[in-house]
Design a protein around this ligand. Structure first.
Ligand code: AMP
Ligand code: ZN
Length: 113
């Protein structure tokens, strides 16, 4: 846990978030500035700043599996969805607590911007 980390504060429920799913390892909540009809962030409870500093395969794998479960529950699995992890400055990472974006409910373009 990092005292000054926004997402650690959401994990500790010090800051409100629209929770979508949670278990003992991970939580998922709606992005405050959604970029698609469905935009959820899936994060580990443990503070890991970015993918570049991650080493726990299970921690990372759980994020993908929770995103896939939410995609099914939210009804976008069949039509399709995108999962994205921005890492460091050039990719646009702004919150340094590793998170997987789940985007769905519209057509996604490639290459991404
Ligand atoms: P990234 O730019 O990949 O680091 O993504 C950070 C995401 O966190 C952005 O999409 C923000 O809109 C989102 N965000 C920032 N603050 C909050 C918050 N308090 N609750 C939910 N989402 C947030
Ligand atoms: Zn954190």
């Amino acid at each position: 846990m990092a005292d000054d980390c926004l997402f650690c504060r959401i994990v500790r429920k010090e800051i409100p978030a629209k929770l979508v799913a949670e278990d003992e390892h991970s939580i998922a909540f709606r992005d405050i500035n959604p970029q698609a009809p469905l935009h959820v962030l899936v994060i580990p409870r443990e503070h890991v700043p970015s993918l570049d500093q991650a080493g726990d395969a299970e921690l990372l794998g759980r994020l993908s599996l929770m995103a896939a479960e939410i995609a099914r529950t939210e009804g976008v699995a069949a039509s399709g969805y995108r999962t994205v992890m921005n890492t460091n400055a050039a990719a646009g990472q702004t919150v340094f607590h590793v998170h997987l974006h789940l985007l769905g409910g519209r057509a996604m373009h490639w290459p991404p911007g």
